[in-house]
Design a protein around this ligand. Sequence first.
Ligand code: RP5
Length: 164
Amino acid sequence: MKKVGILMGSASDLPVAEKAVQTLGEYGVESETHVYSAHRTPEEARDFALHARERGFGALICAAGMAAHLAGAVAANTTLPVIGIPCKSSVLDGMDALLSTVMMPPGIPVATVAINGAQNAALLAIEILAVTDGELAAKLDAARRAGAEKVLNSDREVNEKLYG
Ligand code: RP5
């Protein structure tokens, strides 16, 4: 199975990025994680992106805050699917990172998830790998069914509480 690469712009992004690592682990998807900054270590970020396909990665997740150019810079150097997680920061609450990550110019896509949306970033990466992996697709289907069951249980509980 292909691996998923996870990059973060700073170790301060780890609380967000580690949720992606955890979700990938729950599905048995191997990941490799690095702290590479688009601004502070541009050569390392570029080198990782350039060689990611030949190194067996199937999708890349990039988490960064503030003027978050990491996902875009990585996407500029690979045609693997790149998923961007805008990280919340103290000054603009993540709106800065959201716009920096999502507003990519035509030709260089970044699939941007919600601010701090690490779980969905991991699930999107898993869905990408599951296009050619039936076992992984079955795990995703089972998780969707479990999620639906949880909501339906809540519905029953709420109605029981309101109407007896
Ligand atoms: C971005 O700036 C990082 O992704 C991080 O979210 C933010 C702050 O970085 P540190 O000052 O905590 O290293 O490049």
